[in-house]
Unconditional design. Structure first.
Length: 174
């Protein structure tokens, strides 16, 4: 079974993280980490394991628990900075640290803009270590006509990075 960790940090954009979780196919095991600042409540479904960000002993905090990929949606600049500096003071930053040390796929959907030089340096540092920086950026070629369409496009791009098949947006045909 494929295992994916989805971390939701910060409050702004948390609904996009929730929508991503809801759209993940049922045959994929999902571990969800909510930061303390994330004010959203998820109903526990049988394929989702919800972890408190303070539970540093959770399965996803160990390199021996094989997770195929991790995505942080949204990724606050605070979380980005902690990951870039190797600070593991909560479950999100610890799980990301495990992904880095185990050379597993880590995707960060950084949600701030504009980017300061410090944020860009942190993104470049992580990118040079194999982290995929994938902010929620619209692709206008897919003919979105609603907020739902725009969200589906972004989630579809993240699914592409995670290797999850989908039909969430119209692909470019040339």
């Amino acid at each position: 079974m494929v295992r994916i960790t989805v971390a939701i940090s910060g409050a702004s954009g948390a609904n996009l993280g929730l929508k991503l979780v809801k759209l993940i196919p049922k045959d994929i095991e999902v571990n969800v980490i909510l930061s303390d600042n994330s004010k959203v409540v998820l109903e526990k479904e049988n394929h989702i394991n919800i972890h408190k960000n303070s539970t540093i002993s959770a399965n996803v905090a160990s390199g021996s628990y094989k997770t195929d990929a991790m995505i942080v949606v949204p990724c606050s600049t605070n979380t980005l900075s902690k990951i870039a500096c190797g600070i593991s003071d909560n479950l999100i930053s610890r799980a990301a640290s495990v992904m880095l040390k185990e050379r597993r796929k880590l995707i960060l959907a950084v949600r701030e803009m504009p980017y300061s030089t410090i944020i860009l340096e942190n993104m470049a540092k992580l990118s040079s270590n194999g982290v995929i920086i994938a902010p929620p950026v619209m692709g206008y070629y897919s003919e979105q006509s609603s907020l739902d369409d725009m969200e589906n496009f972004v989630i579809g791009k993240w699914f592409d990075l995670l290797g999850i098949e989908h039909d969430l947006f119209k692909r470019w045909e040339g």
